[in-house]
Design a protein around this ligand. Sequence first.
Ligand code: GLA
Length: 399
Amino acid sequence: MLNWIDTRSDDELAAAARDLFAASFPDAPEPAGVWAAPGRVNLIGEHIDYAGGASIPFALEQNTAVAVAPRTDGLLRIASEYDGSVAQASLPLSEVRPGHPSDWSGYVAGTVWAATAADVLTCAGLDIAIVSDVPVGSGLSSSAALECSVAVAAYELCHGKAPDDAARAQLAQACIRAENEVVGASTGGLDQNASLFGQRGKALFLDFATGAVERVPFNIEAQDMVLLIADTNAPHTLSDGQYASRRGIIDAVQSAAGHTIREIPDAVAFAATVNPADAELYRCRVRHVVDETARTLDAATALTSSDLAKFRRLMRESHLSLRDLYEVTTPELDSAFTAAGELGARMTGGGFGGAVIALIPRSAVESTAQAIYDAAASRGFPEPTFLVARPGDGARRLA
Ligand code: GLA
């Protein structure tokens, strides 16, 4: 029996956040509102957001919701429901700093801290109850969903209105800073931009060289195609050394050149000169970045002209490059990629576990999911779970 991921409606999620708030903070007044932010799926443009590249993600219909009430004593109290139990944290905002708190509460506290430091908002304390439908550890950005839901809540409580796109760009920077400096995960800006700028029915073209965010129609249903997500359920974390080691090489090359990889004329040859002792490794890593950037620009054109056949070829090439040159796939991801038929399939997100996506005809959804399931079962891998993804709305107020 295939296992499909359940998703609550906006009303159900908001009610769950309110219930958790009431149970966790019986002494507090009613929450001032409930806000939500989605996870994201990245269609193409992987591991290049920190190299001046581009990505084409969309916001998922799966959200993290926060019920929030303001405080006046500088305290942040957080309750988070996860996997059937509730985790609590409480700390004065004045204690938030780089490296602290570095656990899950750092995503929340760090966002408020960074947005305050950037003068995007002021905050005298919050009570926050968190519930989520975004799968955790699946490469679908549950951490960005958490940061961005808190960001839009704190912004609206301070300014009395929802953030416009200019404010969303500032909030994205604050969320990135929270993740990089407070939690200590050296991720780029793909996830936070997708969660804040997403729009129902639209994919996003994010250009990290210019900071441009474009909402582009993603109407694959007109061609009877769907996007299947297969979560391999293999353990995944980005705060261990694997992501940082990939990024470390790219950062070293970029700082030696004084430019992003995208701006270096022959970046692959240049990379080899940065670390001659490890020239081949440097060449491979940078080759991925250069090719993936070109693929993503091609994919944007293909999407605009509804050329899904080309888009699917580019997705396959992206996976092969992430497997062979960037080495961020796992046996579970490669197995799902092969079982999905390769064309239109690829791993999504940071890798080292997480999910594979497949852009396939609607009629092939069940058989593709079954093939991925069977391949995992035959190799003794964890049982994958499935979702048909459609572009949903970005961070917003729910109630
Ligand atoms: C993670 C990071 C992103 C991006 C992707 C890989 O999701 O948070 O910034 O680097 O990996 O594309």
